[in-house]
Design a protein around this ligand. Structure first.
Ligand SMILES: *Cc1c(COP(=O)(O)O)cnc(C)c1O
Length: 367
């Protein structure tokens, strides 16, 4: 039985496989772009979650997105070389060792270190250009950004760098500490912007409010006016807001799925036979005695994908565990007849998308 085919999808059989629905990704992009446009917020489509697969980047552009961002210069270079004409944003503060590449491939970058900004400025001047930057402020998530008290003194130094242009400020949330954005935090960012403008008699065009976790404020119409840019990745790619563990209304979640093939199926005891040491990854497995169970092995493992964020689509499938190249399932409760050679389909969350996109062993299939 070929489960994929039964569902009417004409997918070619090459496993394991990341199935990429470009039409739904485009529709997600369009929907979210329209939503943001109503609040005068520009969307930067963040594509690091899928390693900036050019076809996916293209789908975002077709959905009306005019800025594409990624943490890695290499990814931004890739989409430009592919021929995608949008502006590119580097969303991780550059490494000192890559400033030349940043000037070459990146149209605007997020920054939080004056040493790097000086180096960017020098590299830009050498190539007779001016590089626009956004200064990141840390509003409590404690990943990147200047502490608010340091902003003015840093801006003063930035303004002495003639190869860069300070075009805005930004913040990020819910990435390392799970700190959620609130209208109060957004107002804090706007206050810092005003302080910079008043102190240095300049205008900042961009206030980049954050990632997908900020979308909820916009949907609830409590995003303070003046926040005019959001950097949205998982919200577009998977229609999910991970910080709140919710799906974004009006978007698709089955934009990316994973298929893998059954290579063994047998009835086996549920309790291991013998003395228990550690598994291949240093863990001691805890298993329950459920008697004899039907187990299937998929040719899919930790080398391919983050197993914890796979969601089986067939009722009754339970994930028992995985090693580098084997995923073991309990399929006793599955109603359909399963055989060696069958494909099983999984929905995925962000960590699975990231890992499967990165793995060269996972075939990428577009439809
Ligand atoms: C990853 C990232 C984003 C996008 O985050 P999502 O949760 O995928 O929307 C935005 N900004 C920065 C700085 C990031 O690192």
């Amino acid at each position: 039985m070929q489960i994929i085919k039964e569902r009417g999808k004409n997918l070619i059989k090459k496993n394991p496989r990341l199935n990429i629905n470009l039409k739904k990704i485009k529709q997600n992009a369009q929907y979210i772009k329209d939503l943001c446009q109503q609040s005068r917020v520009e969307v930067v489509g963040i594509i690091k979650g899928c390693c900036a697969i050019p076809e996916v980047a293209e789908a975002l552009v077709q959905g009306g997105i005019k800025y594409l961002g990624d943490s890695r210069v290499k990814n931004l270079q890739r989409i430009k070389v592919f021929g995608i004409k949008t502006k590119t944003m580097l969303i991780r503060t550059p490494m000192l060792s890559e400033v030349k590449e940043v000037i070459r491939w990146v149209d605007i970058s997020l920054n939080s270190e004056i040493k790097v900004i000086k180096a960017l400025s020098e590299a830009a001047l050498l190539s007779k250009s001016i590089h626009p930057i956004i200064l990141m402020v840390d509003l409590g998530d404690l990943r990147e950004g200047l502490m608010p008290a340091q902003v003015l003194e840093t801006v003063e130094k930035v303004l002495q760098c003639s190869g860069v242009k300070l075009v805005g400020i930004g913040a990020n949330f819910a990435c390392i500490s799970g700190v959620l954005p609130t209208p109060v935090k957004m107002q804090e960012l706007l206050n810092i912007k005003k302080e910079i403008e008043d102190n240095f008699s300049l205008k900042l065009e961009i206030v980049s409010g954050g990632n997908t976790s900020v979308l909820k404020l916009l949907e609830d119409k409590v995003l303070p006016p003046g926040i005019n840019q959001l950097r949205l990745g998982v919200g577009i790619l998977l229609g999910q807001d991970d910080a709140r563990n919710r799906n974004i209304q009006g978007t698709y979640q089955d934009t990316f799925t994973i298929s893998a093939e059954i290579i063994e199926i047998k009835k086996k005891p549920s309790l291991p036979q013998g003395e228990i040491g550690r598994d291949a990854f240093g863990e001691i497995p805890i298993l329950e005695d459920l008697g004899i169970r039907k187990r299937a092995i998929l040719a899919l493992g930790k080398q391919d994908v983050q197993i914890k964020s796979l969601i089986p689509t067939i009722v009754g499938v339970k994930i028992i565990g995985a090693s580098s190249d084997h995923l073991v399932l309990d399929v006793t409760e599955v109603k359909e007849k399963l055989e060696v050679g069958d494909e099983l389909l999984f929905k995925i969350n962000y960590p699975a998308l990231l890992s499967a996109s990165t793995s060269e062993y996972v075939f990428k299939y577009f439809y």
